[in-house]
Write a protein that binds this ligand. Structure first.
Ligand code: LAN
Length: 768
């Protein structure tokens, strides 16, 4: 290395070393979407490593992979933990890139544009970085996928194209020319999916008649009515809420008619039509490209939409129609206010975040100084993340609590927590601070006029008190499995000498037993009638709600279903809790565990696997299925466990690893090709870790298979203790991938730690 690059900054961090450690398996800095579109999180990681090395007494891991003596499982775990400890944030959590979907940032850009491009919302540097992100992710066919690893779709491409143009890239830029070729080949923007059409309508580059009705009157239905939006999955509900408001008002960007860019877009998006005014909007409502049609709209919904289209056009009963629409719109606004207050203007997710902001912009008559708009704009920053591929809008305001709770459990099982006391104390403080302690809204908020419970029920919220969120306490929505993982992590920490000592010396704040009881209470109330657990709420609707799924691109979004992941998480946390506190609600907990166990068995597939809904895919699902059952008392040699292990053993690859990519989730069928594009001969580090966690939990008698899996992880570990970032690991709504950069660090530690505990030193042998 040239001496100039080896600049040791005045505070002791060797910059070259920092960069090398932040590369995560890539040989050179920068971003190369042709080899891996997934972010390695280089920028954030380098920043954390730099800060760590600047603190006195801290050292970098030894980067020499010793060739004389083989690495033992313990050494590999320790080094991985040392590396990951460098990334911990000051307040005790682990932060990471939570990007992946391509349909989120365009919504923000549309909002920013409609609102007159306020600098408080996106400044010039952010605009540059957003453009960079879009440009590096363009695919060879000119389009963009629904997420970074998906083949190009009209959903991704139309939205991103519009965002690119709004961000100031000229129509004759190479990227735009290429993108238009993709759009034209798929019939033009009329064939994009409904969620993308919605933004086009807001912007004024599509007529509202080209969008199916989203009637805000649906909120006026009585709660007992079989179809009620209050029974929908909260993410779908909270998106269709502002959509109803904006549709009901037929809101369009105020300057659409005089803005030359809008006029250009009206031409660029529909080259099939000579004139924008000749587009037969009523007919185009149902048009959708083949590439996007993951969940074709069922005929039931199509019929409903056709009837609603007539209703919207109908001129009789005008005054009555106007009146109920106004009531629907008013309730929607009130509901959005409640959501904004309950989440400190973060909102449940990136889609309703933006749509709520636009709604308030409309409701306040475009007043950028209005406190609601100011609050909203400030909280947009929570969703933005900078990585080597530019700036992206994340799928959530982060995965802080979730990633941290896995990390703590991994280190606990690898018996490493007490070796990293500072990490352990900081993590404790994070869980202490992040637990949601109040269902009630703050007294200063206007929402206080309601008694807490009444307010909660009015807006269809489950109780929150005692839960843990996916991200931060400010977000405020508890989730069944996030609460469970948070609780399990807290219990792990309670068992360490470090925390016991810190609690005695009062150097950390306590988490009282009563607070743990509250967590248990949330978990028990979350159990569904089928015995399983869904995500944020109980299952409130029925399977037939899916007949009314209007999204085309997403699967199974209409209600909150029981999942193997959520169910296992809750069950194992109940078991862990009752081991430590056997006298609390003993009968309730036991009954709940029994029902949950039956549920887990009932959703095992014929072939022995479980389908994972929130990460890729069967290796993930099987880990949850197996661990859940065994912790609830299932013997490790019972038929269902043996069958699950056999499934995994059949999928092991020649090099000892396992590998599945996103297509497993999309097709609901094990992806035989594995991670061929990113991993090593189809194997991947994260899939391998999940498979090993299941096998070792089940004490699988095939020690050789486990040894080869563990050796595979050791072989793939980088000199600094990190592992390479491979394909996208997370998923939602069946069809969208989402990045979890922490998984490559956490799950190998967890898996190796558990395997070492179960199988001992036999795994250290390197026979291959
Ligand atoms: C998440 C993130 C966390 C995730 C787990 C906790 C991992 C899971 O076990 C339960 C489901 C949950 C909470 C989940 C649900 C769907 C989310 C919220 C996301 C994948 C993050 C982003 C996604 C959300 C729906 C994205 C916005 C897009 C829409 C279609 C509204």
């Amino acid at each position: 290395a040239s001496p100039s690059r080896k600049s040791t900054s005045n505070n002791g961090a060797d910059e070259e070393l920092v960069q090398m450690m932040a590369l995560g398996g890539r040989s050179k800095p920068g971003f190369d979407p042709s080899t891996n579109p997934n972010s390695n999180d280089q920028i954030f990681r380098a920043q954390q490593i730099r800060k760590y090395l600047q603190r006195p007494g801290n050292k970098a891991p030894n980067m020499e992979k010793s060739s004389s003596s083989p690495t033992t499982v313990y050494e590999a775990c320790h080094k991985a933990a040392h590396f990951y400890s460098m990334l911990q944030c000051e307040d005790g959590h682990w932060a990471a890139d939570y990007g992946g979907p391509h349909f989120l940032m365009p919504g923000l850009v549309v909002a920013w544009y409609i609102m007159g491009k306020p600098q408080q919302l996106l400044d010039d540097d952010q605009v540059t970085l957003l453009k960079h992100y879009i440009l590096v992710h363009q695919q060879v066919d000119g389009g963009w996928g629904t997420h970074i690893e998906s083949p190009s779709t009209m959903f991704g491409s139309v939205l991103i194209y519009v965002a690119l143009r709004l961000l100031g890239v000229p129509a004759d830029h190479r990227a735009c020319v290429l993108a238009r070729i993709f759009l034209d080949e798929h019939g033009g923007a009329l064939y994009t999916s409904s969620w993308s059409k919605f933004y086009l309508c807001l912007l004024g580059v599509m007529d509202w008649r080209g969008h199916n009705s989203v009637p805000p009157e649906m909120w006026l239905l009585p709660n007992w009515f079989p179809f009620h939006p209050g029974r929908m999955w909260c993410h779908a509900r909270m998106v269709y809420l502002p959509m109803g408001y904006l549709y009901g008002n037929r809101y369009v960007y105020r300057k659409a008619e005089e803005d030359p860019l809008i006029a250009d877009l009206r031409r660029e998006l529909y080259p099939q039509y000579k004139d924008y005014s000749t587009i037969p909007w009523m007919k185009t409502r149902h048009w959708i490209a083949e590439t996007d049609n993951y969940s074709p709209i069922p005929w039931v919904m199509k019929t409903v939409q056709n009837i609603l289209a007539r209703y919207e056009e109908w001129s009789i009963f005008q005054p009555f129609k106007k009146h109920v629409r106004k009531m629907g719109v008013n309730f929607s606004l009130e509901y959005m206010d409640a959501e904004d207050l309950q989440t400190n203007y973060i909102d449940i997710g990136p889609v309703n975040k933006v749509l709520n902001m636009i709604s308030h912009f409309h409701a306040t008559g475009g007043d950028l100084k209005n406190y609601k708009i100011v609050n909203h704009m400030m909280r947009v920053q929570d969703y933005l993340w900078i990585a080597e591929d530019g700036m992206k809008m994340q799928g959530y305001n982060g995965s802080q609590c979730w990633d941290s709770s896995f990390c703590i459990q991994a280190l606990y099982e690898a018996d490493l927590l007490d070796e990293f006391p500072e990490l352990t104390r900081k993590a404790w403080s994070y869980f202490e601070r992040t637990q949601i302690l109040s269902t009630e809204v703050s007294q200063s908020s206007p929402a206080y006029q309601f008694e807490a419970n009444e307010y909660r029920l009015k807006f269809y919220r489950h109780i929150s008190e005692g839960g843990w969120p996916f991200s931060t306490s400010a977000h405020g929505w508890p989730i069944s499995d996030c609460t469970s993982e948070g609780l399990k992590a807290t219990l792990c920490l309670l068992k360490t000498k470090t925390i016991q000592g810190a609690l005695k010396s009062k150097s950390v704040l306590p988490i009282s037993e009563e607070r743990l009881h509250k967590a248990i209470n949330v978990l028990l109330t979350y159990q569904n009638e089928d015995g399983g657990w869904a995500t944020y709420e109980n299952n409130r609707g029925w399977g037939w709600y899916e007949q009314l799924n209007p999204s085309e691109v997403f699967g199974d979004i209409m209600i909150d279903y029981s999942y193997v992941e959520c169910s296992m998480a809750v069950l194992t946390s109940l078991v862990d809790f009752s081991e430590m506190y056997p006298d609390h609600r003993t009968a309730d907990i036991q009954e709940s565990i029994n029902r949950g166990r039956t549920f887990l068995k009932s959703i095992q597939r014929e072939d022995g696997s479980w389908y994972g809904s929130w990460a890729c895919c069967f290796c993930y699902g099987i880990w949850f299925g197996v661990e859940g059952l065994i912790k609830c008392g299932e013997p490790t040699d019972s038929a269902c466990i043996t069958k699950a292990c056999e499934f995994l053993l059949r999928q092991q690859r020649a090099n000892g690893g396992w590998g599945e990519d996103f297509t497993s989730c999309y097709d609901k069928d094990y992806a035989q090709e594995g991670m061929k594009a990113y991993g090593d001969h189809g194997s991947g580090v994260v899939s391998t870790a999940w498979a090993l966690m299941a096998l070792s939990m089940a004490k699988c008698p095939n020690v050789e298979a486990v040894r080869r899996g563990v050796q595979y992880l050791i072989k793939r570990q980088l000199p600094c203790g990190d592992w390479p970032q491979e394909g996208i690991a997370g998923v939602f709504n069946r069809s969208v991938g989402i990045t979890y950069t922490a998984y490559r660090n956490v799950f190998p530690i967890w898996a190796m730690g558990r395997c070492r505990e179960v199988y001992g030193e036999a795994l250290d042998e390197q026979n291959d």
